[in-house]
Design a protein around this ligand. Structure first.
Ligand code: AQP
Length: 332
């Protein structure tokens, strides 16, 4: 069966970008033609400094976000990455397949490192190689991701192809990134040219999945826009990144296309559109955040769920790791 793998870093609280670009789609892919494996990628989170207690909390919170949004831990495999040692081991093997030049092309590293590349952890630089291991440890064929991760999934294909070529095998599949829908790149509410991130400086630039109705209303109200009303057609959103972002968010939350949203709100002013958007976001997020809060009251239960998922994950990943080692000539 085609297999889906995807993950979210516990590097802070979940954002609306994580919801629309990832979790909502993970739920939609569950229970259909795919076997679905979803991960809290804690080994990726520590590529930048994480306070240990906060990392534990955030790991459980991401798990709670998955569960509260509708990931069923029986139908899908849900676990945290560090519990399955095959990820780190295969990540090392892939460090020896991937090329330095490939890592140098990764735009996310450049964006995150800025002018301080020399001061970043080696892990942050090698991140895409571990991500390839996350995916290929399960021979996953499809990876639903937001637009920002497209380049990393392409690198996963490069690693699989080079491994297969170098060892003369047809072992790893060439994984397809699945990037479909109106809100695959949710932007920062204060600057429509930057993506919305968990770890962005100001809380006003993002909607957190745990924000209450007042915070959501306030953040959309203060979201930056140009003064013009909504256009008559989607073409009118070109060169208007902030306006496009709010329309895309509406479309993502309402399961509409941007065209349908524009058809409904053509010519409307922000004073009309922003409150409608805030109401829609509250309607969709409030049930999830209250369920997250309920789950977070019982961390031991979350931990048990993650451990059960890890057992099922190991059963798939360990034989694939063993076979990889054997192909490479490692005596085990
Ligand atoms: N703004 C976004 N729009 C659409 N999709 C997004 N994703 C993240 N931000 C957006 C998608 O969420 C999944 C999990 O991402 P991640 O947590 O593993 O890493 P990230 O992309 O680096 O997320 P953040 O929020 O920006 O975290 P920090 O600030 O810690 O680096 C991925 O599928 C991603 O595409």
């Amino acid at each position: 069966a085609p297999r889906v793998f995807s993950g979210i870093k516990p590097s802070g609280g979940l954002t609306l970008g994580n919801y629309l670009g990832a979790i909502k789609r993970f739920v939609e892919m569950q229970g259909g033609d795919f076997e679905t494996i979803y991960c809290v990628v804690d080994l990726h989170a520590i590529t930048v400094w994480q306070d240990p207690a906060e990392l534990r909390r955030a790991t459980r919170e991401v798990a709670a976000g998955y569960l509260a949004s509708g990931i069923d831990p029986e139908t899908s495999i849900l676990f945290n990455q560090s519990r399955v040692s095959a990820h780190a081991e295969l990540g090392w093997l892939f460090n020896c397949v991937a090329r330095v030049g490939w890592m140098n092309r990764m735009t996310q590293f450049k964006e995150k490192a800025g002018k301080n590349a020399e001061k970043q952890s080696l892990g942050l630089y090698a991140y895409p190689s571990l991500m390839a291991a996350d995916i290929l440890a399960y021979h996953a064929t499809h990876v639903p991701v937001g637009d920002d991760q497209k380049q990393h999934v392409e690198l996963t294909r490069d690693i699989a192809a080079k491994f297969n070529h170098d060892y003369g095998v047809e072992f790893f599949p060439l994984t397809t990134p699945v990037i479909e829908g109106p809100a695959m790149r949710v932007m920062n509410l204060r600057d429509g040219t930057k993506k919305m991130s968990k770890s962005g400086e100001s809380d006003m630039e993002r909607i957190n999945m745990t924000d209450d109705a007042d915070a959501i209303a306030k953040k959309f109200k203060k979201a930056r826009t140009d003064p013009a009303p909504l256009p008559e057609t989607v073409e009118g959103l070109a060169e208007r990144p902030e306006a496009k972002n709010l329309v895309d968010i509406y479309a993502g939350l309402a399961n509409m296309t941007a065209e349908q949203v524009i058809a409904e709100y053509a010519g409307a002013g922000w004073g009309q559109f922003k409150p409608a958007l805030a109401d829609l976001a509250v309607e969709k997020l409030a049930p999830i955040s209250s369920e997250m809060a309920r789950l977070m009251d019982d961390p031991a239960e979350i931990d048990r769920t993650l451990e059960r998922g890890a057992e099922r994950a190991r059963a798939i990943a360990e034989p694939i790791l063993a076979r990889t080692s054997e192909i490479m000539g490692l005596l085990r």
